[in-house]
Design a protein around this ligand. Structure first.
Ligand code: HEC
Length: 136
């Protein structure tokens, strides 16, 4: 019985870690795009520059989407063609900051940076779980 329980425990741990396995190369590529392009307007954490901080944006996306692939697809679509009715931020964000201007990036860069915006939440919350935002 103990052995069965142990096996179940082990396999569930493996499933969880597989589901959350990070594509480190893509994550790093996305971070590099962020550093080069997005930091002109976005800080990572408050206080904001002239756009909402990215960690808050990532949190809103984790509240709006359960499925990472759908969230990343939405971010890519938004970056290509920002529109108020597609925004996942509270309406005051576009009112306060105005609509984002689409950054001139290749599809590969867009995929990487959208992946980074989504995954940075997991990475951050694994590092500092009591950050307050880390409930999703
Ligand atoms: C010229 C300034 C500027 C740059 C550069 C910029 N952004 Fe933004 N971004 C904004 C502003 C302003 C908003 C808030 C209004 C909005 O959501 O459109 C925003 C909002 C967002 C949102 C939230 C979209 C939503 O659902 O409303 C995401 C995601 C985002 N930016 C990602 C990025 C990424 C990734 C980069 C770099 C590739 C980037 N931004 C570069 C100004 C900028």
């Amino acid at each position: 019985m103990k052995k069965i329980l142990f096996t179940i425990l082990l396999s569930s741990i493996t499933t969880v870690s597989l589901a959350k396995e990070l594509d480190q190369a893509r994550f790093d590529q996305g971070k590099a795009v962020y550093d080069k392009v997005c930091t002109v307007c976005h800080n990572y954490l408050p206080p904001p520059k002239n756009a909402p901080p990215i960690f808050g944006i990532s949190t809103h996306y984790h509240q709006a989407f359960a499925d990472g692939d759908k969230a990343i697809a939405h971010i890519i679509d938004y970056l290509k063609k920002p529109a108020a009715n597609k925004s996942m931020l509270p309406p005051m964000a576009t009112q306060r900051w105005g609509l984002m201007v689409p950054p001139p990036l290749s599809d590969e860069e867009l995929r990487a940076v959208a992946y980074w915006v989504w995954e940075v939440y997991h990475v951050e919350c694994a590092r500092t779980p009591n950050l307050g935002f880390c409930r999703h």
